[in-house]
Design a protein around this ligand. Structure first.
Ligand code: ZN
Ligand code: ZN
Length: 352
């Protein structure tokens, strides 16, 4: 490898799999910074891209070859001319907000950059973080506390998503159902606990994941799709037949929506973060007559969600490091995907 090159993980074909090969170290534009990657991690989105499922085929399509990955922690190695004097210094530890917004559309101008009309997603629409270096608009660089290890800081994105979902409404003193115990769901459980929820009911089909839910503060574990257990019946029993005050959907499964809405009390709140592979029917009368507040959650609010997440990290209230089950070399990435496919890992971190 020459000094101008770096190792990178490419999506070269419109098919399942990946390719490890050199790439030139990217050159920054005036408003960008160059980040030396110290840790990057595998997210659900990356698994869609790796497996090349229906979502990836539609979302990425012919936009190959490119370098994927979007969860990252690293050090600023270079600062573009327009990015100087904007609060970032060489050597600063940073992570990336993955929504690269335009700054001039209606949403951006009204404080909703996370749903920018022209948004580009890092590692989906642009070259990403599965590499030794990446370029990023300076505004998307989030400065980390230097005391936070890179291998933990890279897992902030799921925490941010969880913060956005949990604090979409009141949580203190509430009964809550959380569907989907991946890293985001686990963070959501931990946040509900710290924010004073009365009872947290965690739902997932996987025992390995439910064990994490318990360790992070879930009061009740419900194993979904177990023929001996009726999810709705269990949740209703746990809430004296009334249903929960708050339903957090983080699984992307249609049956979770059905079960979650059916066990949400009238006047309750449903915050939906899960990504669904197909459209499905929902009994809207339950929502209408139940006076239910149903909200879709996309990404993180820029950047108030990040400030909240950072505060939970600083105080040690959310133990993100416990989510990291594997630390591998970047070159071992394929093994990382295999671990996740077998359901044996929670957060897999890759270090170049
Ligand atoms: Zn992610
Ligand atoms: Zn915009």
């Amino acid at each position: 490898m020459s000094s101008d090159n770096m190792l990178a993980v490419w999506k070269t074909k419109q098919a399942a799999g990946l390719e490890l090969k050199d790439a030139p170290i990217p050159k920054i534009k005036d408003d960008e910074v160059l980040i030396k990657v110290k840790a990057t991690s595998i997210c659900g989105t990356d698994r869609h891209i790796y497996l090349w499922d229906a979502w990836a085929q539609k979302r990425i399509g012919k936009n190959v070859p490119y370098i994927f990955g979007h969860e990252v922690a690293g050090e600023i190695a270079e600062i573009g001319t327009h990015a100087q004097g904007k609060g970032l210094e060489i050597g600063d530890h940073v992570s990336a907000e993955t929504h690269i917004s335009c700054g001039y559309c209606f949403q951006c101008k009204t404080g909703n950059e996370h749903i920018c009309e022209n948004v580009k997603i890092l590692g989906v629409d642009t070259n990403g973080t599965f590499a030794e270096y990446l370029t990023l608009p300076y505004r998307n660089a989030w400065k980390n506390d230097k005391s936070l290890p890179h291998w933990v800081a890279t897992a902030q994105e799921p925490l941010g998503n969880a913060v956005h979902t949990v604090f979409d409404g009141e949580i203190a003193g509430k009964t809550v159902s959380v569907f989907g115990m991946g890293p985001i769901g686990i963070c959501a459980v931990a946040l509900c606990k710290e924010a004073g929820a009365e009872k947290i009911i965690a739902v997932d089909p996987n025992d390995f994941r439910l064990k994490f839910a318990k360790d992070f503060g879930a009061d009740v574990l419900v194993k979904a799709r177990d023929t001996n257990v009726n999810v709705q019946k269990e949740i209703l029993e746990e809430t004296d037949g009334m249903g929960v005050d708050v339903f957090l959907e983080i699984s992307g499964s249609a049956s979770a929506i059905t079960d979650g809405i059916a066990t949400l009390r009238a006047g309750g709140r449903a915050s939906i973060l899960g990504v669904f592979s197909n459209p499905f029917l929902l009994d809207m009368n339950k929502v209408v007559f139940g006076n239910i507040r149903l909200t879709g959650i996309n990404g993180r609010r820029m950047f108030d969600t990040w400030y909240k997440a950072a505060s939970f990290l600083r105080s040690g209230k959310v133990k993100l490091e416990k989510l990291v089950t594997h630390r591998l070399k970047l070159s071992e990435i394929e093994r990382g995907f295999e671990i996740l496919e077998r359901g044996e890992g929670m957060k897999v971190v890759l270090e170049p």
